[in-house]
Design a protein around this ligand. Structure first.
Ligand SMILES: Cc1cc2nc3c(=O)[nH]c(=O)nc-3n(C[C@H](O)[C@H](O)[C@H](O)COP(=O)(O)OP(=O)(O)OC[C@H]3O[C@@H](n4cnc5c(N)ncnc54)[C@H](O)[C@@H]3O)c2cc1C
Length: 441
């Protein structure tokens, strides 16, 4: 048995690591000269440590174990305590979003009507399961439209670069669909099961999250960066050969797809037409990550929190900003503050398509308005993801089903479109997949 892993982002590298730990033979091919994919930390000579992809990671048991195995435990840095406070734009100013249903009932963030709808959820009977129900439809049905506009919508824009009117509940929040079915009410289910209590630590790595993928790549004996896979063939005995970096590689008994769905699609299309077409349909909206640094004294807002999200209903330009210098002090020159602002995603596609200069100017103008900033930025920069995060919408189910059917052909997928977008989801899924492969399951 020998496995080829195509793609050296977090999913592929983690899968390779656990295959190596289990003594299984593998080769990993990564298109880019730098493995890591979305984990990209930029250490600039101007004194800024920036993240282009993930900023903060929920510390799941599997992720903590991986940090230990790689000798990274002493680099784990907690997000500052103020990070528990999250703000949302409402009525043209930032207001703290209540962190739990009881806090929501006490706070003035939502109208009385919205609070009444929230309480009524306890008495709203469960509907019959509907596999096509969107996130917006589900939350409107159970909690009312105000919760959708001012909590769900900005939240899914912030995490999934998504639009709740398009994302399907069963792919995005399968646990909520299950709570409704098992307990008759989501709230009752949350209370009974204790889900949502006991928050996980939210962490980063001291020198940037890319240290995780750097450490994985450095410890892999068979990681081939700068080797894009451009072709796939299958022999009569069922084994695969790849064309990577201009040479034939293989044979391999198993293939692991650890690359974005749009990149896997053309590789599969020749051998598995249905899977190729289904994967090509998965959408990845563009996203610009804009960094803006200011003198602390020039910013009136106290910035005591994680950041602020912008509901589409408020008509803002950006999806929202992280208050990076509040979360991870020491990543900007002394006396400055840094905003990491997200422009784009499925709800803001027109903004993502604008040229860089227009985006930087629009972000500065919006920051100046909402944070009370006088004068211009000390520094601004941008990282652009032409295809950022896979959308868990109606196109995802057929893609996952088509790839699931390839198990019989010894092909599995571990990338975020299969595992879930969060770093802990990817680590858990890639580890499980590698162990099952090594065990011959
Ligand atoms: C802006 C942004 C912010 C995010 N913030 C967070 C966050 O705060 N917390 C969190 O948990 N998650 C966050 N995420 C999500 C998380 O970072 C991603 O879901 C995850 O890193 C994806 O890993 P992956 O290995 O599946 O895919 P990728 O990182 O996309 O890796 C795929 C790899 O495949 C390679 N590849 C492509 N084509 C080929 C080919 N033909 N041959 C060989 N290799 C190929 C690519 O070069 C790439 O390296 C964020 C993502 C983005 C984009």
């Amino acid at each position: 048995m020998k496995t080829a892993i195509i793609g050296g982002g977090l999913a592929g590298l983690t899968c390779a690591w656990y295959l190596q730990q289990a003594g299984a033979a593998y080769d990993l091919f990564e298109a880019d000269a730098r493995p890591g994919g979305n984990l990209l930390s930029l250490n600039l000579p101007e004194g800024y440590l920036l993240e282009a992809g993930p900023n903060s990671l929920q510390l799941s048991p599997e992720l903590a174990e991986l940090f230990d195995e790689l000798g990274l435990a002493d680099q784990v840095q907690d997000t500052a305590a103020v990070g528990q406070r999250r703000y949302v734009l409402r009525g043209g100013r930032y207001r703290e979003l209540p962190g739990s249903p009881p806090a929501l009932l006490r706070s003035g963030f939502f109208s009385l009507r919205a609070k009444w709808r929230l309480l009524r959820e306890l008495l709203t009977p469960a509907a019959r399961p509907n596999p096509d129900e969107t996130v917006a439809e589900f939350f409107t049905r159970r909690f009312g439209p105000e919760i959708v506009d001012y909590a769900v919508s900005p939240f899914v824009a912030g995490i999934y670069a998504g639009d709740p009117a398009q994302l399907l509940l069963r792919h995005t929040f399968p646990q909520l669909a299950a709570l409704e079915q098992q307990h008759g009410s989501v709230l009752r289910g949350l209370i009974k099961s204790g889900t949502g209590t006991g928050r996980r630590r939210v962490v980063t790595l001291r020198n940037g999250v890319q240290a995780l993928t750097d450490a994985l790549a450095a410890r892999l004996a068979h990681c081939h960066p700068g080797a894009p896979v451009s072709g796939l063939a299958r022999a009569a005995d069922g084994t695969y050969t790849l064309r990577a970096a201009g040479a034939e590689q293989g044979p391999y008994t198993h293939l692991v797809l650890a690359l974005p769905a749009y990149a896997a699609a053309p590789l599969l299309a020749g051998l598995f037409q249905r899977a190729g077409a289904a994967l090509a349909a998965v959408r990845y909206p563009a996203m610009a990550v804009v960094y803006s640094a200011y003198d602390r004294a020039a910013v009136a807002h106290p910035l005591r929190g994680f950041g602020a999200l912008h509901p589409k209903a408020e008509g803002a330009y950006a999806a929202g900003s992280l208050w990076t210098s509040s979360l991870y002090p020491g990543r900007v020159p002394a006396g400055q503050v840094l905003f990491t602002t997200f422009v784009g995603g499925a709800q803001h596609e027109a903004a993502a398509a604008q040229p860089e200069a227009a985006q930087l100017a629009a972000v500065h103008a919006e920051l100046a308005r909402y944070y009370g900033i006088s004068g211009g930025p000390r520094w601004q920069g941008r990282h652009f993801w032409p295809r950022s995060i896979p959308q868990f919408d109606a196109a995802l189910g057929p893609a996952r089903a088509a790839v699931e059917a390839l198990r019989a052909d010894n092909i599995v997928a571990v990338a975020n479109w299969q595992a879930g977008v969060g770093v802990p989801d990817i680590v858990r899924h890639a580890r499980g997949t590698a162990r099952a492969l090594a065990a011959g399951a």
